[in-house]
Design a protein around this ligand. Structure first.
Ligand code: SF4
Length: 503
């Protein structure tokens, strides 16, 4: 069994999970990936390929089996004519690393590690990537630790980022920016070294490690069957819980929300936790004291608005940036008054043309359809942010877009402050709460079922990767998806009005 960086670092969060991951990797078992996760992995692979083009004469270690890859790497290291190795493999005990690129230094007896990140970064003037563990450096630091253990001399460590200044029309030579991180990775490698043996011993043990509740349990693929899953209403379900608060609850001996005593949270200071605890303890929905008043602040006609965007590491339009969120679609349902039936609800939509930056047209269309009065109901702060940015970017639309900002009502924020149902299980995403509040309405029958799916389809449209027929079909699917998001808001609002009427 081999321990990669991912497994090694996961062991710091949960030894049991890392233990299971290591065995799944050995047996070829894999976590099922969403379309969007696959898209990100493909993008990462493409960026590594492009980065390697900067190193002429590099030799690729294509062997998949760790033993064969390690043997091939050793052979290449011993061949002084080889200056650059791609996907080299090193192992010491169970620790196993495959740095993207290693380059022999000028003297010839040491190597530089170059790790490629599918992350946009701007050199000149920008800050170095931050984070508690320098998360962009962990891959290189792990490779450094394993190479040190193998007795391979490393004279420098570098990370290649996609340059934020790169444009569609820029030469390939301007695609990357390189940052030296020898000092940071040496520090990290040293800290890894401190717990290396205990982690490897834990992972190689016969016994499955014990489970202990952490915030990562919430999204753990091994949750089913784990003793943690026997805790009813576990505290990691608290919405937006931070590590400090979570650790405090565990220290205080509370594993289930129902264990938490009265007075532990205060309303409104800890409103998110307070609301959830009250609701879970009573087994009923919690309705905050300002529910009705806040809901009544919505002015009619009500405009239910949702944007779809696309973000890709390499720019898709001439004037766009790496990872820039490009607006590509909107859906707008309009309801004149609360009494208005389904036939009185109007719908507008817009989707960009393939291979063209139509952001300005999108906002012109929106400004024409959204009227001058009435609330604009959204279900995140994304729409507000996009409209504010567009108001700065397009002077001729500034006045109309700025006026829209005053009319926005964030239904998600309203929910978080005023309503919770035990069946939400700590989540406020519209797809999660809809089946609870509007039974029968869901996304199951749609071809596009998530924002991630929509990003992948929009990317295919934007780069012109689809035939005319395929593009038509995909557009139809995207219209259905985005329109479902705004219709969901219409129905949710109707349901909330019903609830308000009972108060
Ligand atoms: S559910 Fe939690 S304790 Fe169980 S394996 Fe996953 S992360 Fe570890």
């Amino acid at each position: 069994m081999y321990v990669t960086r991912k497994i090694f670092l996961e062991a710091r969060n949960c030894m049991r999970k890392a233990y299971l991951m290591a065995r799944a990797a050995k047996g070829g078992g894999e976590e099922e990936l969403s379309r969007h996760q696959e898209f990100l992995i493909d993008s990462g692979g493409r960026i590594v390929e492009l980065a390697r083009r900067r190193f002429t004469g590099g030799v690729l270690v294509s062997e998949a089996s760790p033993e064969a890859a390690v043997a091939k790497t050793l052979e290449l290291i011993n061949d002084s004519s080889v200056r650059v190795i791609f996907n080299a493999a090193f192992t010491n005990g169970a620790a196993f690393a495959r740095p993207d690129i290693i380059e022999r230094d000028e003297i010839g007896d040491a190597w530089r590690i170059i790790d490629v990140k599918c992350v946009a970064y701007s050199k000149g003037g920008a800050k170095r990537p931050r984070g508690r563990t320098g998360r962009y450096f962990t891959e290189a630091a792990y490779a450094l630790m394993v190479m040190n253990l193998c007795g391979v001399k490393v004279s420098g460590v570098f990370v290649m980022f996609v340059s934020r200044r790169y444009r569609l029309t820029s030469p390939e030579s301007e695609m990357f920016t390189v940052m030296e991180c020898t000092v940071e990775t040496q520090k990290l490698a040293k800290s890894f070294e401190e717990f290396r043996l205990s982690i490897l011993n834990g992972l190689l043990a016969r016994e499955l490690p014990a489970a202990s509740i952490t915030t990562i349990c919430k999204n753990c693929i091994y949750y089913q069957g784990c003793p943690v899953s026997e805790i009813k209403h576990p505290v990691f379900l608290f919405n937006s819980i931070n590590q400090k608060k979570f650790a405090q609850m565990i220290d205080d001996g509370y594993h289930s929300i129902t264990d938490i005593p009265d007075g532990y949270f205060r309303y409104p200071a800890d409103y998110l936790y307070y609301i959830m605890r009250e609701s879970v303890k009573s087994g009923k929905s919690f309705i905050g004291p300002h529910f009705k008043k806040a809901l009544e602040s919505i002015c009619w006609p009500a405009y239910y608005l949702d944007f779809e965007s696309l973000a890709s590491v390499l720019p898709v339009y001439e004037n766009s940036l790496p990872y820039e969120h490009l607006l590509v679609q909107y859906s707008l349902h309009v309801k004149e008054s609360p009494a208005c039936g389904p036939e009185g609800v109007r719908h507008f939509e817009y989707i960009v043309k393939p291979r063209r930056d139509c952001r300005r047209e999108l906002f012109e269309s929106l400004a024409d359809n959204i009227g001058d009065t009435g609330s604009i109901i959204v279900y995140s702060d994304f729409e507000k942010l996009c409209i504010r940015r567009a108001a700065e970017k397009y002077p001729c639309l500034r006045q109309r877009l700025t006026a829209m900002l005053e009319r926005i009502f964030d239904l998600c924020e309203f929910m978080r402050r005023n309503y919770y149902h035990p069946e939400f299980k700590g989540l406020y995403s519209i797809k999660k709460i809809l089946p609870v509040l509007v039974p029968g309405m869901n996304y199951d029958a749609l071809a596009v079922r998530s924002g991630g799916d929509a990003i992948v389809k929009h990317y295919q449209l934007a780069i012109g990767a689809l035939s005319e027929d395929e593009a038509l079909r995909v557009k139809r699917e995207l219209f259905e998806y985005c329109s479902q998001d705004t219709l969901a808001m219409v129905r949710l609002h109707e349901r909330l009005i019903q609830i308000g009427a009972t108060l």
